[in-house]
Design a protein around this ligand. Sequence first.
Ligand code: ADP
Length: 162
Amino acid sequence: MKTAIYPGSFDPVTLGHINIIKRAANAFDKVIVCVMVNSEKNGGLFEPEERVELLRKSIQVENVEVDVYRGLVAEYAKQKGARVLVKGLRAVSDYEQEVQMAMINSKLNPDLDTVFFPSSEKYTYLSSSVAKEMARYNADLSEFLPREILEDVKKRLKANCK
Ligand code: ADP
């Protein structure tokens, strides 16, 4: 069985992420979407376990699982017996960093390879940060975020403003 891992912060999941998840689910037998907790990105809008819940609410695809991991993705992949990491590429600016990460990950775990999915044209501009910024200005979020989580995001931002 070919298992792929799609790691990221997902703070929160966007329609750009969902697009990559669905395409990866078509390409592999099983996809594990993993919320990675790293020391650099502290203080997100949602706690890692909340991000997992938002992802689960947004994806109803049979061969997709959601998990959270505090550590290196190369190690997580070993534990899960996965040999593929899935990454989305939005622009040339993503490329340099992602290729560097792919090299580091295959050094840490030589069985691991990284597969890139080009972003769908519709979502090349979209990141979690852009979605949060739009939400702060009360923009229509239905183009950015899965409808299942729209209320959760609005509620959290409102609570943070108080
Ligand atoms: P961000 O905070 O920038 O949205 P994440 O760390 O949550 O990013 O992203 C996880 C993965 O998803 C990365 O491989 C990233 O390149 C990819 N990704 C994020 N947004 C998109 C998008 N709109 N289209 C394609 N891939 C994306």
